[in-house]
Design a binder for this molecule. Structure first.
Ligand SMILES: CC(C)(COP(=O)(O)OP(=O)(O)OC[C@H]1O[C@@H](n2cnc3c(N)ncnc32)[C@H](O)[C@@H]1OP(=O)(O)O)[C@@H](O)C(=O)NCCC(=O)NCCS
Length: 412
């Protein structure tokens, strides 16, 4: 696809294997980083090359983007294939000329042609993607605890925490993660190459430790953490920084936190990817000691086909409503128009209609409420949802509610 942007001709197309090094170099320029030549991350960058897009100016790649094929767990347990947007970057010399807009248009079309009903992403900055129809669907807490203030009210007595090396972790963690993510609304799958990239990099943290929690030999959870800080004049000032904590049961989660909060020669414990409805504070004698240092967006969801998304999830309460969805970017696409949604705990139908709408909203606002993490009434107070029929907002809040705060786990 050749497009005219400014004064130069640009070509957008997938890369071929020989172009991978140039594509990675373009990403280095875009993000202002350098990849370590020895890292295993090339497995992740080299995956699904047919779903990449590079913007060529002559022979040079000046911008990158791609869709990964990742799965998303919806309320009720349906797991759907999505276009997971990643590697978005434009050279610093080529910004604010509309190149990202071309890339996003290309990627949305690429996913739609494959029949994927949702595009989703995790964003480097919060101000970039609303204009393309993405809405914040899941959020995370960052927490910090001073170790000497932490006491568990009823410590877990069963099972055992076992320390393992990263090589063993890479064999154990993916299987446990798959069990957990199929049960958790908002969870995003992690293909084998994701693990190599995220936790395979040799220098990702200087002092890395991996633990699993086992009951009767069965793995119920794992945590990956780093220990960093100073130890001057014999006085430690060191932090246990949790990078990943995945648990199949509340007990496993508690046991892992107990381990992390009980490590000698460390002073504090931090984790920046904690579910907003974490039970951790309520495990402690003093809940206030879990200090929230941030509440931020994590997964952004962009409906591409409204019936294909809303018809597949289940709903907390049986309701019926007409939604009018505006999609300025793709006004003729499968997300724009009026839809009659009838759904409940056992399933749903969603189809185009001519009927008068009960709620009117942009496609990004629909993305935000689609997993139950943000309510329609909050967005209405922010003028992002219009209630046309009295009571429709309350009905939408009841209907779209999820059993737990949606949690994505995966950065991509
Ligand atoms: C973010 C980035 C991809 C934008 O690329 P770009 O080609 O300059 O974007 P465009 O010119 O297509 O911009 C489209 C619109 O988005 C706006 N926009 C672009 N980047 C923005 C940002 N970081 N914050 C807020 N708005 C932004 C532009 O102002 C423009 O608005 P307009 O249509 O009202 O004029 C580029 O700045 C970049 O590579 N940044 C570093 C890497 C990065 O953060 N990538 C995103 C990873 S998730």
């Amino acid at each position: 696809m050749a497009v005219e942007t400014g004064r130069v001709n640009l070509e957008l197309r997938p890369i071929v294997p020989d172009e991978l090094a140039a594509y990675e170099r373009a990403d280095e320029y875009g993000f202002g980083i350098r990849y370590d030549a020895d890292d295993d991350r090339h497995a992740w960058s080299g995956a699904e090359l047919d779903r990449t897009v590079a913007v060529f100016e002559g022979d040079e790649i000046v911008a990158t983007g791609r869709n990964y094929s990742l799965d998303l767990t919806l309320p009720g347990g349906a797991v759907i294939p999505t276009s997971a947007v990643s590697w978005i970057s434009v050279r610093p010399t080529h910004r604010r000329r509309g190149i990202l807009t071309r890339v996003m248009t290309y990627l949305l079309e690429e996913g739609a042609q494959r029949g994927e009903n949702v595009s989703m992403l995790t964003a480097s900055e919060g101000g970039i993607y609303a204009r393309f129809g993405y809405g914040v669907a899941t959020r995370v807490l960052a927490v910090e605890m001073a170790r000497n203030t932490i006491a568990f009210a009823a410590p877990v007595q069963r099972g055992r925490v076992r320390m393992i090396e990263p090589e063993e972790s890479l064999k154990i963690a993916p299987e446990l993660f798959d069990r957990v993510r199929l049960q958790r609304t908002g969870a995003v799958s992690r293909p084998a190459v994701w693990w190599l990239d995220a936790w395979g990099q040799k220098e990702f943290v200087k002092y890395r430790f991996d633990v699993v929690y086992e009951v009767d030999g069965r793995v119920e959870g794992f945590a990956i953490y780093g220990v960093d800080g100073t130890w001057a004049n014999g006085v430690p000032d060191r932090t246990v920084a949790v990078h990943d904590l995945v648990a199949a049961t509340p007990e496993a989660e508690a046991a892992l936190w107990q381990h992390l909060c009980g490590i000698d020669l460390t002073n504090r414990v931090t984790h920046s990817v904690v579910a907003p409805d974490t039970e951790l504070p309520w495990r402690l004698r003093d809940s206030r000691q879990v200090r929230t240092t941030a509440l931020r967006d994590w997964l952004w969801v962009r409906p591409v086909d409204v019936p294909g998304l809303l018809g597949l999830r289940r709903y907390a309460s049986a309701e019926r409503m007409v939604l009018e969805v505006r999609d300025d970017m793709r006004p003729d696409g499968a997300a724009a128009g009026r839809f009659l949604l009838e759904g409940g705990p056992d399933g749903a139908t969603c189809a185009r209609t001519e009927a008068t709408p009960d709620l009117v909203l942009d496609v990004g606002a629909l993305g935000s409420i689609s997993l139950g993490g943000i309510t329609a009434s909050v967005l209405a107070r922010a003028d992002q949802v219009e209630e046309q029929t009295p009571g429709a907002l309350a009905a939408a809040d009841r209907m779209f509610a999820a059993d737990r705060a949606p949690f994505a786990f995966t950065w991509f």
